[in-house]
Write a protein that binds this ligand. Structure first.
Ligand SMILES: NC(=O)c1ccc[n+]([C@@H]2O[C@H](COP(=O)([O-])OP(=O)(O)OC[C@H]3O[C@@H](n4cnc5c(N)ncnc54)[C@H](O)[C@@H]3O)[C@@H](O)[C@H]2O)c1
Length: 312
């Protein structure tokens, strides 16, 4: 376990990642360029930790120690200067990430591993101007990062074997379940699977087959219920591959195969409806209190699922 880590960007993902490292005993120097993000970071991390304490995932002493381990700073040199493992979690814009990596490389220790939490960008593209691409890797956490077990680890051709091995070791030490991609592909594994489902979900809504709520229920009470225990391929094995051959032959021609974002997502974007952050997405979240309550109940359910997994 590294003694010192850094997280760049104190947004949704950066805060969760900082919490994970701090709870596992590392010091975390959390940097953000925006003062509002820095000011709220500790309070929001504490809210997540407090729920973990309430639900028995950690003790109050561990919560306090984790908070003491996190230093929020407006000084990038202070953040990365002594870090052995650095995670970049700034917005998903390639040019911004290039700038951030250039600044990190100029200030980081020679042996530091520099990881990106990008959701979609290929590592070879992110590392295009890097002086030391062999030290760069992707560790793709999932929101909420402190509760979802998966981290996708993506290497590029120039990433060193040692960096991959050290990163996988670190992910296991922080109680995450890493999967490592054999080769680079946009969206990695999980976001490609999710995007395929969202495309078909909105196709069903758009074609008037079912409303949004029923589409969501069909997933959470059907495939989603099974998939948190057995993945789609093992599910197919249980169903029988003769049946799945018929299912795929009958359905493949029927499924949506459009090549752009679904019309409904485009339309909501045009209207400025971006989901919980604006109070309206597919569903309405009229007040800040509604959002807070929805996140809390979502996280409580995730914690129950996590406990079930940990018992196995
Ligand atoms: N939100 C998700 O569900 C999710 C899941 C997995 C991966 N990701 C990826 O994680 C990354 C961060 O996403 P997020 O949802 O946390 O975004 P966010 O907008 O919540 O947070 C980004 C933070 O970066 C800060 N920032 C902007 N420019 C900066 C700079 N130059 N230096 C330092 N900080 C800067 C912002 O002030 C903000 O606090 C993105 O690459 C995103 O694709 C997001």
């Amino acid at each position: 376990m590294p003694d010192n880590t850094a997280v760049i960007g104190a947004g949704i993902m950066g805060r969760g990642i900082a919490l994970v490292y701090a709870l596992n005993g590392a010091r975390v120097c959390l940097y953000d360029a925006v003062s509002a993000a820095r000011e709220r970071a500790k309070e929001l991390i504490d809210a997540d930790l407090s729920l973990m304490v309430e639900e028995g995932l950690c003790t109050d002493a561990m919560r306090r120690e984790a908070l003491e381990h996190i230093l929020v700073t407006d000084n990038l040199a202070e953040s990365v200067g002594s870090a052995e493992f650095i995670t970049e979690a700034v917005p998903e814009q390639l040019e911004l990430k290039w700038q951030v990596f250039a600044s990190i490389e100029a200030l980081a220790l020679p042996g530091a591993i520099i990881a990106s939490n990008t959701s979609t960008l290929p590592l070879s593209e992110l590392a295009r101007y890097a002086a030391h691409p062999e030290r760069m890797i992707i560790t793709h956490f999932f929101n909420p990062a402190h509760l979802v077990p998966l981290v996708e680890v993506v290497k590029a051709e120039r990433t060193s074997h040692q960096v991959v091995a050290d990163t996988l070791d670190l992910m296991r030490r922080i109680d995450k379940v890493p999967v490592v991609l054999k080769k680079e592909v946009p969206g990695f594994i999980a976001n490609r699977l999710q995007a395929a489902v969202v495309r078909e979900a909105l196709h069903l809504v758009h074609s008037g087959v079912a409303d949004m709520h029923d589409v969501d229920t069909a997933m959470t009470c059907g495939p989603g219920f099974r998939w948190s225990i057995i993945g789609p391929l093992e599910t197919a094995d249980f169903g029988g591959l003769d049946t799945w051959r018929s299912v795929m032959n009958n359905l493949a021609p029927e499924l949506d195969d459009s090549r752009t974002a679904p019309a409904l997502i485009e339309e909501l974007n045009r209207q400025g409806h971006l989901g919980v952050k604006t109070g309206q997405g597919f569903y309405a979240y009229p007040t800040g209190a509604d959002v807070k309550e929805r996140i809390r109940s979502r996280d409580l359910d995730f914690i129950r699922l996590l406990k079930l997994r940990n018992q196995k």
